[in-house]
Design a protein around this ligand. Structure first.
Ligand SMILES: Nc1ncnc2c1ncn2[C@@H]1O[C@H](COP(=O)(O)OP(=O)(O)OP(=O)(O)O)[C@@H](O)[C@H]1O
Ligand SMILES: [Mg+2]
Length: 358
């Protein structure tokens, strides 16, 4: 649907996009994820045609967009701060883009009603836009974009102004809406959880470059660098040394864990100067209770910190022989007490969950 080829963007001397190459598929829910200032909005504006590029190319539906103005592109954008007109009614806001549409008024009114229904605002048409909640305003902005039937909807942090509950609700609604209308969505977010929940694929960006482009599970399980691993959720790192490589297996010695065999598929990672290490997610380790056997491997340590979340508890456990504690997340089970700080813990682990960075 969209092909980005070595897209470069300079603002004066500032190199904002440094060679972006990616293909975004038709009907895909695609996210741009990265820290503030990495170029997400810039890339979205480049696709929408609000921003010229310095070199490279942007193709939409096979057509080069060079010289094609924003209003002639099959894209529509919902902005970071929802730009709805507070003095107009909901209906007038949604119908705004149709003001030069030659269709008869009755047909346009029907299109407005359909768009309002899509975003769950049926019955709100006559309401003044300023008399809406944040979530409702965001829906108006969505309806206003959808009514123009774009092939690609560009969403720049559309949910960032909403509180947590509302944001989670709108995330689910956006996914449903995207399935219903079947068009390509490109979402910008700096919230990794939001990106994981919503996307078919995610491009993780740092400093104007795509560091990794993958589906959520691959990104989470096989991050290609420590930086990506750190940005997506929590990843523990332990220093490791490589003992030998045989075929598709790498034998390593890991501080606090011991010897482990890591398959080459689990060794995609660049250590980027930080030395060889293995990474693993907090939920891949388990603290064993008395009498419980480890399904695979076992090590020991001391609980140094306990963070209780109701359904989950995070334990920071310092494995024997390691300086820094690792974080272990455990689902709380009824009848099993939360461990105290200072408890000696037997910890189960498995080499299949380890990712090698070298
Ligand atoms: N018009 C401009 N002129 C000069 N520099 C700009 C301009 N627009 C953006 N930049 C710079 O380009 C970089 C990328 O900006 P961009 O708005 O794309 O970041 P972002 O990833 O969307 O960040 P955020 O999460 O904070 O919205 C920033 O360093 C920004 O200061
Ligand atoms: Mg931005």
């Amino acid at each position: 649907m969209i092909a980005l080829r070595d897209v470069q963007k300079y603002y004066g001397d500032y190199h904002a996009l440094r060679g972006i190459t990616a293909d975004i598929r038709p009907g895909e829910f695609f996210s741009l994820l990265g820290p503030s200032g990495c170029g997400k909005t810039t890339l979205l504006r480049v696709i929408a045609g609000f921003e010229d590029i310095s070199s490279g190319s942007v193709l939409i539906d096979g057509k080069n967009m060079e010289g094609v103005p924003a209003n002639r592109r099959p894209t529509n954008m919902v902005f970071q701060s929802y730009a709805i007109f507070p003095h107009l009614s909901v209906e007038q806001n949604v119908g705004f883009g149709l003001r030069r549409d030659p269709r008869p008024a009755a047909e346009k009114a029907k299109a407005v009603a359909e768009a309002l229904e899509m975003v769950g605002l049926t019955g709100f048409g006559k309401r003044a836009a300023h008399a809406l909640s944040g979530g409702q305003r965001q829906r108006v902005a969505l309806a206003r974009a959808l009514i123009l039937k774009p092939k690609v909807l560009l969403l720049d942090e559309p949910l960032s102004a909403l509180d947590k509950k509302m944001r989670e609700q709108m995330q689910v609604e956006l996914i449903k809406l995207q399935r219903q209308v079947g068009i390509t969505f490109i979402l910008v977010t700096h919230d990794q959880e939001e990106a994981l929940v919503m996307s078919d694929r995610i491009a993780v960006m740092f400093e104007g470059e795509i560091a990794q482009l993958d589906d959520p599970e691959t990104l989470y399980r096989r991050p290609k660098s420590r930086r990506v691993a750190d940005f997506i959720g929590v990843m523990n790192f332990l220093p490791a040394s490589i003992l030998q490589e045989t075929g598709d297996k790498i034998e390593v010695d890991v501080a606090g864990l011991g010897r482990a065999e890591i398959s080459i598929a689990q060794a995609p990672g660049k250590a980027s100067g930080e030395g060889t290490s293995v990474g693993f997610r907090p939920e891949t380790l388990t603290i064993l209770y008395e009498g419980q056997n480890a399904p695979d491997r076992e090590t020991e340590g001391t609980v140094e910190e306990v963070v209780y979340y109701g359904d989950m508890t995070y334990y920071d456990v310092r494995l024997d022989g390691v300086e820094k504690p690792v974080r272990i997340s455990m689902r709380n089970v009824f009848g099993r007490p939360v461990l105290d700080i200072g408890t000696r813990a037997r910890v189960a682990w498995s080499s299949g969950a380890l990712v090698l960075f070298r």
